[in-house]
Design a protein around this ligand. Structure first.
Ligand SMILES: O=P(O)(O)OC[C@H]1O[C@H](O[C@H]2O[C@H](CO)[C@@H](O)[C@H](O)[C@H]2O)[C@H](O)[C@@H](O)[C@@H]1O
Length: 357
C-alpha cells in the first residue's frame, strides 16, 4: 500500500519517494495510463459554465449563440418539430438529473419540483412517456412518484412499466413480467441481473477506498455505481480516478463511463440508454419510424447513445439540455430544466389541439 501527497492511502504498486511526494503534480504522474485518460475525460466533462440568459439564451455569449445555429432551440423550432410529428404517434423519453431536476451538489437532494411533476404527468396522459436514468429504478421512481410512466433505471438496464401495460418479450434478454413494485409498477426487463452481486461488492470497496477523499461520494445504482467528484477539490480528482482504477483492475467485466462530475462504473455489456429506447419502442409496438416520432431529452454524455439511435435511423429527435456549447448527436437544444418544462407544456397543448381537430 502506498500513500499519496495528501495522505490518502490508495493502493500503489511502488511506494513513492519523499522527493516524488513533494511534487504538486505527484498524484497525476503516478497514475496508470487508463486513469490519466479518465482524468482527461473528467476535465472535458466539466466545462466552465457560460452565463446564459434563460429566456433569451445566447443573449450574453456569442459562442453560445453560434452553437445554437448548429443545435437550434427546440422552443424556437417547435413548429418544425410538430410539423414532422403530424399524424404520427409521439413518444417521449426523458432523462432525470439535469433534465427534469436541476443539478445540485448533493445527489440525494435532486428533487423534482411539483410543477415539473404535474407537467410530466400531463405529458404522460397524452403520449407514452419513459424516464431513462443512470439512477436505480427505485431511486428515480422515489423522486418522480408518477405511476403513469415507464422507468428505465441504471442507464436502461432495469426497465419498469405501469401496471396494465403489456410488453412483448425479445431475444437475448431476461424479461420479468410479473414482479410488481408497490402495486404500481411492473418489472419488464433486466439486462444484467447476474452483475448485481459484483456491482454491490465494488460499491462497498469503493466506499471504503474513497472515504478519505474529501467531498467524494459513492452511490449504488443497482447495476452501476456512481463515483461523484463534484464536491472534490480539483487537485484531488487524480486521486478519485486512481482509487477507482485500482479497484476496477480486479473487475474486467466492469467498465467506466463519464457523466457530469461523476464516474459511472457499469457492466461490460452491449447495453445503454440507446438500447433501452430501442427496446421500449419495439416492446410497445412503436418501432415503425414512419408512424412514430420519438423525442429524447437529456443533458449528459450517457444520453448521447440515445440521441445517436434516433439520429442514425432518422427516427426522431434528440434534444440536448445544456447551457454550454457541446458537440452532440442531438438535433436541438434547451438551456435547462425550466426550458424542458416549457417545451413539454407546448407539446401537451399541441396534442390537445390535435385531438380536437
Ligand atoms: O441519467 P441521469 O438521470 O442524468 O443520471 C446520471 C447521474 O445523475 C446523478 O448525478 C448527477 O446529478 C447530481 C444531482 O444533481 C449531481 O450532484 C451529480 O454531480 C451529477 O453527476 C446521480 O446521482 C447519478 O447516480 C446518476 O448516474
Amino acid at each position: 500500500m502506498g500513500s499519496y501527497a495528501n495522505g490518502s492511502t490508495c493502493a500503489n504498486d511502488v511506494p513513492p519517494s519523499a522527493e516524488e511526494m513533494k511534487d504538486p503534480a505527484f498524484p497525476l504522474k503516478t497514475m496508470p495510463p487508463h486513469a490519466n485518460a479518465w482524468l482527461n475525460d473528467m476535465k472535458i466533462s466539466s466545462p466552465t459554465a457560460i452565463r446564459v440568459n434563460i429566456g433569451n439564451p445566447g443573449a450574453f455569449d456569442p459562442i453560445y449563440r453560434a452553437w445554437t445555429k448548429k443545435y437550434p432551440s427546440a422552443l424556437n423550432a417547435f413548429e418544425k418539430i410538430v410539423a414532422y410529428g403530424k399524424g404520427k404517434k409521439t413518444v417521449l423519453f426523458l432523462d432525470y438529473d439535469g433534465t427534469l431536476s436541476p443539478i445540485v451538489d448533493e445527489p440525494d437532494n435532486a428533487i423534482m419540483s411539483d410543477q415539473m411533476r404535474e407537467v410530466v404527468r400531463n405529458a404522460a396522459l397524452h403520449l407514452p412517456t419513459a424516464i431513462i436514468s443512470g439512477r436505480s429504478c427505485d431511486k428515480v421512481f422515489d423522486f418522480v412518484k408518477l405511476t403513469e410512466l415507464y422507468y428505465a433505471g441504471s442507464h436502461g438496464m432495469d426497465i419498469m412499466g405501469p401496471v396494465g401495460e403489456t410488453v412483448s418479450d425479445t431475444d437475448n434478454i431476461s424479461c420479468m413480467n410479473s414482479s410488481i413494485k408497490q402495486d404500481k409498477e411492473v418489472k419488464i426487463f433486466q439486462a444484467a441481473s447476474e452483475f448485481i452481486p459484483m456491482v454491490d461488492e465494488v460499491f462497498r470497496l469503493l466506499v471504503e477506498k474513497i472515504r478519505e477523499i474529501d467531498g467524494a461520494k459513492v452511490e449504488n445504482n443497482k447495476f452501476c455505481v456512481s463515483v461523484h467528484y463534484r464536491n472534490v477539490n480539483e487537485k484531488d480528482w487524480p486521486l478519485v480516478a486512481r482509487c477507482t482504477g485500482d479497484i476496477l483492475k480486479a473487475y474486467p467485466r466492469l467498465r467506466l463511463s463519464h457523466g457530469r462530475k461523476v464516474l459511472e462504473v457499469r457492466p461490460v455489456i452491449d447495453w445503454n440508454k440507446g438500447k433501452a429506447v430501442e427496446f421500449l419502442l419495439d416492446s410497445l409496438g412503436l418501432a415503425d419510424s414512419g408512424n412514430v416520432l420519438p423525442i429524447y431529452i437529456g443533458d449528459d454524455r450517457t444520453d448521447e447513445d440515445a440521441f445517436k439511435v434516433l439520429r442514425e435511423d432518422k427516427r426522431g429527435f434528440g434534444i440536448l439540455v445544456s447551457s454550454v456549447p457541446k458537440e452532440s448527436h442531438a438535433v436541438y437544444s434547451l438551456v435547462g430544466p425550466s426550458e424542458v418544462m416549457d417545451f413539454l407544456k407546448k407539446l401537451v397543448k399541441w396534442k390537445e389541439e390535435e385531438a380536437l381537430k
